[in-house]
Ligand binder design. Structure first.
Ligand code: FES
Length: 102
């Protein structure tokens, strides 16, 4: 029934919370801002999927990032710029360097 996929079709999976409490503070701005910051997200291998409540409402607004498995919390829209730059683009650049070193 369950097959193991050798490699997912994306490298990063971002899950902005779209639960009631998180969206009360940030609305749909988080997903929209992430998309605006990464018009090249397909080339970067980024998938953005809103989630329902992540069960950490008191910490929100929340964003989970895989494969790092990190929860960013208490986010403001401006925080997303830094996350995209350091976590996504930083990791993508590091991977490109690693491939170049081989
Ligand atoms: S509404 Fe976002 S964690 Fe509950």
């Amino acid at each position: 029934m369950a097959d193991r996929i050798p490699q997912p079709p994306y490298r990063f999976h971002l899950l902005p919370c779209s639960g009631k409490r998180c969206t009360a503070e940030m609305g749909e701005a988080m997903k929209g801002r992430l998309k605006d910051l990464m018009p090249d997200r397909k080339a970067l291998g980024v998938r953005i999927s809103t989630s329902s409540c992540q069960g950490m409402c008191e910490l929100g607004p929340n964003l989970i990032v895989y494969p790092q498995g990190v929860v960013y919390h208490g986010l403001q829209v401006a925080d997303l710029d830094e996350i995209v730059e350091q976590v996504i683009r930083g990791a993508a650049a590091q991977e490109a360097d690693d491939v170049g070193d081989n």
